[in-house]
Design a protein around this ligand. Structure first.
Ligand code: NOJ
Length: 606
């Protein structure tokens, strides 16, 4: 099933409230992290030609849209999320001709291409920022500049305007000797925040977005877009917060879901997307939970964004010290957070569904079971079934479709991610809030590098990511388990995780209940089995078509909980098994016995 065989959802099927239904309502998106996908020139870093060379693989998987993490010109302080020129491709990734070829090939294969849009901040090497360092330049007000704390010598310790800490360690303020002032950076000091209050900033961003849309891209994934409007006091004050154990206060309250966010997103819609068709916009919804704000921003009547990534379900295993002190996840927390996200957009708006991305550990290592290869495969399929049977647009992160696992790094020098490295030093060496052993364990569980090891194409020394005989090592170590977990083996195996993803995508394309049926959680208190009902209303309630989804999220067998058992009524017809992680006869037997095998997942038509 290729994406070109996706059905058009019939008029009677309701999606986000728009009429007609948007094309992306039964599409599946695949995220590519370019530096780790495919290297063709032997420099150990993935490139655009590499992506183009693998588009056949993605067409075979069946995805409809590719989202490219940033490939723009960048000093790569944060792997491209620090952009120095929005209209150029970084030479490390190739040329604009390579980009055009990628676009044309993807389109020919029936896939759309969405680019990452990083406009909460630029690189400090962007000409806008360089100009802004001069207080008399027309760009002076394009970033958030503030003088030193009164009574302090600018640039000396403690002279920062307040105690806000950056997410990537250290103060969120950086002193610039040329301007004699500090600039705000929520992320690294090479990622200064743009001042969206300034209309010139906004229009420069819209111009750039139009330029890319006119080149033929199909939309944007918008990086931390919900942080662009800041909460200022009546006289421009920036209020400090409580200082935490690492010596910093939280900058969150200042940036998340600010008072002008809707206005900015609506303006962006008018300036860039009005009059265009066939595109998709998805915002990284940092600070937005599954509630009314999610619905408002994604309600098509408000003309803001098509969907948001809401992260509440990925916070459930963060402990008291945040993500670096992880705790075991409870399935009831996953149900509660997912239910809130699903219910928020049940009548208007739309959800994106995801368990993995380039900032998250691999879900099979995080919530599955990788103690044996058999359990890895089972749990990868079960988690995939669980996610892909929700209502919304599913996103697959490269390698997730193979059941790729965490990196397994044990030494700090194996890490490349600036967040991981900076936070290690801040927490262990400077603030001494965590021991080296505990922090290494935290990194092993939660570091973003877990998702960034090279894509595992085959069993050759560098996993086919780069040629086996190149002199340059990949920029980050290849996971040694590529000899077992790799695309070549899985594409050839009808029982592989890859093959299972193909079937999930096919279901999304062809089954309107999967694409848009109502979602209802069953058995919210069961700690091992996640079950829910998907239904499409019919005029005659007797004809209501429903799918029961039951997933055992554990490595021991589990009883089918009460609500699901009631719906099955002890009568099971094997031909009604729509999809299962085991073979249909086994699944039917499990339903009949009322007992699921480890990591068994079943979709049953009622
Ligand atoms: C979110 C991105 O997904 C992440 O990778 C990046 O570091 C930050 N935003 C800053 O751009």
């Amino acid at each position: 099933m290729t994406s070109t065989q996706r059905i058009e959802l019939p008029d009677g099927v309701r999606t986000n409230g728009a009429d007609p239904n948007p094309w992306w309502a039964n599409s599946v998106v695949y995220q590519i992290y370019p530096r780790s996908f495919q290297d063709t020139n032997g420099d150990g870093i993935g490139d655009l030609k590499g992506i183009t060379s693998r588009l056949d693989y993605l067409a075979r998987l069946g995805v409809d849209v590719i989202w490219l993490s940033p490939v723009y010109k960048s000093p790569q302080d944060d792997n491209g999320y620090d952009i120095a020129d929005y209209r150029q491709i970084d030479p490390m990734f190739g040329t604009m001709d390579d980009m055009d070829e990628l676009l044309a090939t993807a389109h020919r294969l029936g896939m759309k291409v969405v680019m990452d849009l990083v406009v909460n901040h630029t690189s400090d090497e962007h000409p806008w920022f360089q100009a802004s360092r001069d207080a008399n330049d027309p760009h002076a007000d394009w970033y958030w500049w503030r003088p030193a704390k009164p009574g302090h010598e600018p640039g000396t310790p403690g002279a920062e305007p307040n105690h806000w800490g950056s997410y990537f360690g250290g103060s969120a303020w950086q002193y610039d000797a040329k301007r004699g002032e500090y600039y705000l950076h929520q992320f690294s000091k090479k990622q200064p925040d743009l001042n969206w209050e300034n209309p010139e900033v906004r229009h420069a961003v819209y111009d750039m977005m139009n330029w890319w849309m006119d080149r033929g891209i199909d939309g944007f994934r918008m990086d931390v877009i919900t942080l662009i409007s800041k909460h200022l006091g009546p006289n421009g004050e920036m209020e400090d917060g409580e200082i935490g154990p690492e010596g910093y206060s939280n900058v969150y309250w200042f940036c998340e879901d600010g008072p002008r966010l809707d206005e900015f997103l609506q303006e962006m819609h008018r300036e860039v997307f009005d009059g265009r068709e066939g595109y998709l916009t998805v915002g990284e919804g940092t600070g937005i939970d599954g509630g009314p704000r999610d619905e408002f921003i994604t309600d098509p009547r408000n003309r803001e964004l098509d969907m948001l990534f809401v992260f509440t379900h990925l916070d459930i295993d963060h402990g008291e010290g945040g993500k670096w002190t992880p705790k075991p996840m409870r399935l009831t927390d996953l149900k509660r957070t997912m239910a809130a996200q699903q219910n928020a957009v049940a009548s208007h708006g739309w959800a994106s569904i995801f368990l993995d991305n380039h900032d998250q550990p691999r879900v099979v290592s995080r919530w599955g079971d990788t103690s044996t290869d058999e359990l890895r495969v089972k749990s990868a399929k079960a988690l995939a079934l669980l996610a892909h049977l929700h209502r919304g647009t599913p996103y697959i992160y490269q390698g997730e479709e193979l059941g790729m696992t965490n990196a397994g790094f044990t030494r700090l020098d194996q890490y490349r991610d600036l967040e991981s490295i900076n936070m290690y030093h801040q927490r262990v060496d400077e603030a001494k809030v965590e021991s080296a052993e505990d922090m290494m364990a935290g990194l092993a569980a939660q570091s973003r590098d877990n998702a960034r090891t090279p894509m595992q194409w085959d069993s050759t020394p560098y996993a086919g990511f780069t040629a086996a005989d190149v002199p340059t090592q990949p920029w980050i170590e290849v996971n040694p388990n590529h000899t077992v977990i790799n695309a070549e083996a899985e594409v050839a195996d009808p029982d592989s995780v890859f093959a299972f993803y193909q079937r999930l995508i096919e279901l999304r394309h062809t089954n309107p209940i999967v694409a848009a049926g109502d979602w209802k959680l069953l058995d919210p208190d069961d700690e091992q089995v996640y079950d829910f009902l998907r239904s499409l209303p019919e005029e005659n309630p007797e004809e209501r078509r429903s799918l029961l989804v039951i997933v055992n999220c554990g490595s021991t067998s589990a009883h089918i909980p009460h609500d699901a058992a009631e719906l099955i009524h002890g009568a099971v017809d094997a031909s009604r098994i729509v999809l299962s992680t085991t073979d249909p006869d086994m699944a039917a037997a499990s339903l009949l016995l009322g007992k699921l095998s480890p990591w068994e997942g079943i979709v049953y038509q009622l």
